[in-house]
Design a protein around this ligand. Structure first.
Ligand code: FAD
Ligand code: FES
Length: 508
């Protein structure tokens, strides 16, 4: 990797969306509660579904282990678009035109739902209509762009092929879809959530759900009290329940974003994403009196890259070389679950479930797909037939036998067995300051981090989900599981599911 070691300003290691909105302090659950619908996870899916169900006359309890939109929805790029890089040609080939058309229409409907909600409720969330582009920098990927134009036109999306954009560099060509949108996701979701508490409905923050028992009524078990509900929506990005095997029908992809102030006169207009093996995602957002340029990229499977610092440096180098940026305000990263057959999983947890529903597998396009999931989940709860439900049926069996499904599950097997028998260093003394390493102490695999002051923080290296060995992530200072993407901080506390339990403490 070509690294230019210049850094005129240390970027804040926090998402701009989180940094520019206040923390929320809804209560933790402190008593037993009975509602019509419990919704576990307050990202874009959970918040949207909860507001829709409350409007439909249901009592709801929205529960989050952390804060409203503090998860992936608070760390996204927040392009609201049906142009998901390159997808339509593949969908037509895999599923046929009719199903691909439902995909396009349902994403467009979700986009319009967001637009209408922003307008009807006058939500101050930097919403703007923009064109979305997927570009090829050279002829290598140009054919794919042209095929995508053809496919999207067939499905009724008003796309065009362009050779010029407002990007300050030459491209070979791009697919352009007008009248798409972007927004500030946390301002939007913090506004929506305000309508929930009251009339028998609740919002609970800092309340971790550790299990859900499907009974009549269902029991949502938190680390303190139990919430009873007729129906339960698991909207935790990746379901925290193992039933349904969603962790084996998706793989976790981590991706990185940097933010830099840019002179509005030279800023690109629109939302952009490249194509090919290595690509970057680009948009701007209002910032102070000007604009913040967001550049995303560096995606990889969670737990497979230790030197993640290099990824931020690569994004900064791209900002310098392509946009003439020399100072960076923000850097953050997050992850989403990629579905093996490219379609999200929305619906019943298992074929036998009557009362528990899930939504996952948004493949890094969950602003529209997450909103569309909320629309479908609402109708499933209200027992209204929906024309999209079959396509996205969460219990469909096909993903397991896709080439991606076989490859990813083989990889998980390799980690589960290989990492457990692999040799690791055997001395805590060898762990350098400011670094984490898995070491073997008295036959036990220990995830050890030595902080700047030389203090060692040691926890079990065995993931509390299904027992893989976690790996160090140096930029985020976290322990990441290469099997299904659970993440833990250096004290072993859960940062991301599917795990619900912390890593065991180890005394040194
Ligand atoms: C870097 C990046 C860029 C992206 N850019 C775009 C984009 O431009 N456009 C787009 O459409 N999509 C984008 N995406 C994808 C999109 O952000 C996600 O698909 C979407 O935010 C997922 O929403 P969610 O509601 O499923 O998850 P989340 O927002 O993560 O919400 C899940 C919530 O569940 C809570 N939770 C977890 N476990 C528990 C538990 N045990 N008990 C209680 N609560 C729990 C978490 O705290 C969290 O708040 C991007 C994703 C990434 C990673
Ligand atoms: S996330 Fe499943 S084993 Fe770690």
């Amino acid at each position: 990797m070509n690294i230019i070691p210049i850094n005129t300003q240390i970027a804040k290691p926090i998402s701009y969306w989180i940094d520019s909105t206040p923390d929320t302090f809804y209560p933790s659950v402190s008593h037993h509660v009975l509602v019509d619908v419990a919704i576990v996870g307050a990202g874009i899916v959970g918040v949207t579904a909860a507001t829709m169900l409350k409007k439909a006359g249901k009592t709801v309890a929205l529960i989050d282990a952390n804060q409203i939109a503090g998860g992936v929805s608070g760390h996204t790029t927040a392009k609201v678009t049906s142009l998901h890089q390159l997808i339509y040609a593949e969908l037509i080939q895999q599923f046929g035109e009719e199903k691909a058309r439902i995909y396009a229409e349902s994403n467009q409907a979700a986009l319009e739902y967001i637009a209408q909600t922003v307008s009807a409720e006058n939500i101050d969330c930097d919403f703007s209509r923009e064109s979305a582009y997927t570009f090829a920098e050279n002829d290598e990927n140009l054919e794919l762009i042209k095929k995508e134009v053809e496919a999207a036109l067939k499905l009724g999306l008003p796309v065009s092929f362009v050779r010029k954009t407002s990007l300050p560099f030459v491209i070979a060509g791009a697919i352009k879809l007008d009248n798409q949108a972007q927004f500030h996701p946390r301002k939007y979701l913090q506004h929506l959530v305000k309508s929930i508490p009251g009339e028998g409905s609740h919002v609970f923050e800092r309340t971790r759900v550790v299990n859900v028992e499907e009974e009549n009524p269902c029991r949502v078990i938190t680390d303190n009290f139990t919430i009873q509900a007729q129906k339960v929506l698991i909207t935790t990005n990746i379901p925290i329940l193992d039933a349904g095997l969603y962790f084996a029908k998706t793989y976790p992809k981590r991706s990185y974003i940097i933010g830099a102030a840019i002179n509005p006169e030279i800023a690109p207009q629109g939302m952009f994403i490249g194509s090919g093996e290595k690509y970057y995602s680009i948009r701007t957002t209002p910032y102070l009196n000007g604009l913040l340029l967001l550049i995303g990229g560096g995606g990889h499977k969670v737990g497979t890259v230790t030197n993640t610092e290099e990824i931020y440096q690569d994004l900064e180098n791209y900002g310098r070389s392509r946009f003439g940026i020399d100072s960076f305000e923000y850097r953050w990263s997050s992850q989403d679950y990629v579905s093996f057959d490219k379609l999200p999983y929305i619906g019943r947890l298992t074929p036998l479930s009557q009362h528990v529903f899930v939504a996952t597998g948004f493949s890094l396009w969950g602003m529209t797909k997450g909103t569309m999931a909320a629309m479908l989940l609402k109708d499933l709860v209200l027992e209204i037939d929906h024309p999209w439900s079959q396509l996205y049926d969460a219990t469909r069996a096909t993903p397991f036998i896709t080439p991606e499904g076989l490859k990813q599950n083989l990889d998980v097997g390799t980690h589960w067995i290989g990492d457990r028998i692999k040799g690791f260093g055997d001395s805590l003394k060898d762990v350098p300051n400011n670094q984490g390493q898995v070491v073997q102490v008295d036959g036990q695999k220990v995830a050890a981090y030595r902080d700047e002051n030389g203090t060692v923080h040691a926890v079990s290296a065995i993931c509390s989900h299904l027992g893989c060995v976690v790996a160090w992530n140096n930029a985020e200072k976290s322990w990441d599981c290469p099997c299904h993407g659970a993440r833990f901080n250096c004290e072993g506390k859960v940062l991301h599911g599917p795990a619900v339990n912390d890593l065991d403490q180890v005394s040194t």
